[in-house]
Design a protein around this ligand. Sequence first.
Ligand SMILES: O=C([O-])CC(=O)C(=O)O
Ligand SMILES: [Mg+2]
Length: 388
Amino acid sequence: MRIVDVREMTASIASPIANAYIDFSKMTCSVVAVITDVLRNGKPVIGYGFNSNGRYGAGGLLRERFLPRIQEAAPETLVTDAGDNLDPFKIWSTLMTNEKPGGHGERSVAVGTIDMAVWDAVAKIEDRPLYRVLADRYRGGVADDKVWVYAAGGYYYPGKDLGALQDEMKSYVDRGYHVVKMKIGAAPLDEDLRRIDAVLEVVGEGARLCVDANGRFDAATALAYGKALKPYGLFWYEEAGDPLDYAIQAELAEHYDGSLATGENLFSHQDAQNLIRYGGMRPDRDFLQFDCALSYGLVEYLRTLEVLAEHGWSSRRVVPHGGHQMSLNIAAGLHLGGNESYPDVFRPFCGFADGIRVENGYVGLPDAPGIGFETKAELFAVMRQLAD
Ligand SMILES: O=C([O-])CC(=O)C(=O)O
Ligand SMILES: [Mg+2]
């Protein structure tokens, strides 16, 4: 078998929401299709991927550098030795030819998007859901049949008052979520505390709420928030300082004894290792949020999980950013702790299979081959444009 074409396009995920660092008024997302010559029901098997959210589409990198490397490679160098399926590891090495180490920048987004499409194709060619493929390859055949998810939202947007924030959070609880997440850091501390109090009126105890500062705070502000948040007993306090400032993270961990979470803006296993070495993260209570789509894909994620294991971290402490079906498959197949979910924001690149409801904070996965994009009509309507 072989790859016959790789295509990309840029889709908009613009909306008026804002976190403490950016608004999403111009946010875009790359979508990639890997088209193979394998036929199912007379149609070619196509793998799809997209680049999660928070980093813009990587169309320039894809068109100028990464897709040509696949197109120019001898087809037999991209498949398994038996020649019966794509080999994500060989494709990854081809993509990374003549790339220096370090300074990971956003090429990791381009590679992560292609990697997602490759794994979708691999599982479709095996005619099985990706999480089952992963469990067989890496976890002795045992997949989790449901994944813990939390509802991420609570953004700032023009005209949004406390009542609207409460309505939003109540609707997540009504839809089966047990834990919700809201943004902090775009307002002064006292106003954020009023927002937190308002959300807790709706969701109940602090253990059902995460807060996310999106890397906005300097050390003093991170600590001041930490002090004010402590009595709430929150589920976690996320990305307080700059994601690459491990000293802030470590200092916060010394003073804040509740759970911390970070990692969505770390894009390689080396960066993950630096966080573990220097960021003061505690394997008994903290959470790691690396997002494969932003960080060189699942091939690299496997290396990241290995590094974590070497440092004594359980894969159950990993709860990826991004709320996408790829991470949901990885969570179920590789025994992560859960996955983010965006019930409402980033449409249509949010949410999971149509018709599978969240129950008591857990969501199941469809039995469809691949990642399951075809089970999410609104998203697949965008992706399939690349097939025509
Ligand atoms: O607002 C964003 O950039 C998304 C984010 O941090 C999250 O989902 O944790
Ligand atoms: Mg975040």
